[in-house]
Design a binder for this molecule. Structure first.
Ligand SMILES: *Cc1c(COP(=O)(O)O)cnc(C)c1O
Length: 443
């Protein structure tokens, strides 16, 4: 994919220990990875096997140090191995790993979520964002007695069958519009519309409003690059769903407790016409452990077993070690943390702006609070068609130029650059320098 003379890195010459691990991994794990985007397919080269992280840094199997701009795809908002989270995890684990009974830590974590997110009356804890959206969809269908779900192209809600139609993230990177194995019947109950397109939503509700259980949307899209909702879009979704007796599900798995202390809802405010009926959370709220949640209106949540008839369960749901990590992470997510994230975002976006402009590299930076991404194109990105119209080959070269300078970006131009409050001046200066040199290299 690269036409330069120095392409040895694509064969793993610069990361022999990772290359050897990948070869072994491929013998026992499909593609050698447990989540597709980790395989570097869209940028080429050898995925780095990490052995250690501390603050903003991580070290791979060859001992190479990187500034981490992946942050586990969002959760590591305090940086790696935060001492307080580590203490909480050790303390929880030394009292036993899992009981399959209720524990106090689950209550504390649920209370923290409800305290932060005003419209959240009740939450249920699960183990992944996928589980949260899957359960929210089932609940919305159970509550309304309807089956059709509306989603937006380029929004990723985990690998739920019904939501894998025109999803972003790894699916977008691979250009799979749908996945084999998802029955037509599952996808057939899903209507996919362009993001930020109110007339399209109105048209579909005018025709099928009585069959639609819910609209699910990323609160601010982050899986096709960062694409915030246009002014009035969330309000319109609220108005249209309310008028037709459908629920509005706001997926804050990525944005929740990342783009602000109260997620995208806190930044944009409660929509005119009322809050979304259901929310989903994950990533930051697990602090790097498997904890996620869905929740919302008390009357809707009352439909869940054991109070109501909609079944939903999990052997490890509310796991005490994960709950301890999530609770301590959220407790440490103070205003100072978000101020630091915003300041680092300012510095890095200014550096990209300056270096890319100097070298004539077309670019577009979009932000949602302290989250941002860089599109390798010019002009505003409002939907998935725009996001797919990018210079992917150039992103791949930029990615590897940064990697060779010790900065690990997400290996896809459909992803936000994830920061942590532990990204200190040294890490930021290292990154700014790498941006300047990499821009010159790929120009
Ligand atoms: C990451 C993500 C999910 C899926 O979460 P997993 O924990 O990976 O299953 C769902 N929705 C959004 C918006 C996400 O960013």
């Amino acid at each position: 994919m690269t036409t330069g003379t120095d392409t040895a890195y694509l064969q793993g010459a610069d990361a022999p220990a990772s290359a050897a691990l990948l070869e072994r991994a491929r013998e026992v794990i499909p593609g050698g990875v447990n989540s597709p985007v980790r395989a570097f397919r869209s940028v080429g080269g050898t995925p780095r096997f990490m052995v250690r992280g501390q603050g903003p840094w991580m070290w791979d199997a060859d001992g190479t140090r990187y500034v981490d701009l992946v942050c586990s795809w969002g959760p590591m908002i305090l940086g790696h191995a935060d001492p307080d989270v580590l203490r909480a995890v050790i303390e929880a684990a030394s009292s036993g790993f899992s009981f399959g009974t209720p524990t106090e830590r689950e209550v504390l974590l649920a209370e923290e979520l409800v305290r932060r997110i005003g419209p959240l009356d009740r939450v249920r804890l699960v183990s992944s964002g996928t589980e949260a959206t899957m359960s929210a969809i089932r609940l919305a269908r159970g509550f309304t007695g309807r089956s059709v779900v509306v989603k937006f192209a380029g929004c990723y809600h985990g690998h739920v069958d019904a939501l894998l139609a025109s999803a972003g993230s790894g699916v977008a990177t691979f250009g799979l519009p749908d996945s084999p194995g998802v029955p037509a019947s599952a996808a057939g109950e899903t209507i996919v519309l362009p993001y930020n397109d109110v007339p399209a939503v109105e048209a579909v509700f005018a025709e099928r409003g009585q069959q639609i259980a819910a609209v699910i949307t990323e609160a601010a899209a982050g899986n096709m690059g960062v694409v915030p909702p246009a002014p009035g879009f969330t309000d319109a979704l609220r108005r249209i769903t309310s008028a037709h007796g459908a629920l509005l599900i706001s997926d804050e798995v990525m944005t929740g407790f990342r783009c602000s202390s109260t997620g995208w809802l806190g930044l944009e405010g409660i929509p005119a016409g009322g809050a979304p009926d259901l929310f989903t959370f994950g990533k930051v709220m697990g602090g790097g452990f498997p904890a996620a949640a869905f929740g919302g209106r008390a009357d809707v949540m009352a439909m869940l077993a054991p109070e109501g008839p909609v079944y939903q369960a999990g052997t490890l749901s509310g796991n005490p070690v994960a709950a301890a990590a999530g609770l301590t992470t959220l407790q440490k997510c103070t205003d100072e943390v978000y101020a630091r994230l915003a300041a680092v975002s300012d510095t890095l976006t200014a550096a990209v702006e300056e270096s890319f402009t100097r070298h004539g590299i077309p670019h577009r930076i979009q932000r949602a609070g302290s989250m941002f991404s860089v599109f390798f194109r010019e002009g505003e990105v409002v939907n998935y068609d725009d996001a797919r119209d990018q210079h992917f080959e150039r992103f791949g070269r930029f990615f590897h130029a940064m990697l060779r300078r010790g900065v690990h970006l997400p290996p896809s131009s459909f992803e936000a650059w994830f920061l942590s409050a532990a990204h200190d001046d040294e890490a930021v200066e290292h990154t700014v320098q790498a941006i300047a040199e990499s821009a010159a290299e790929i120009a």
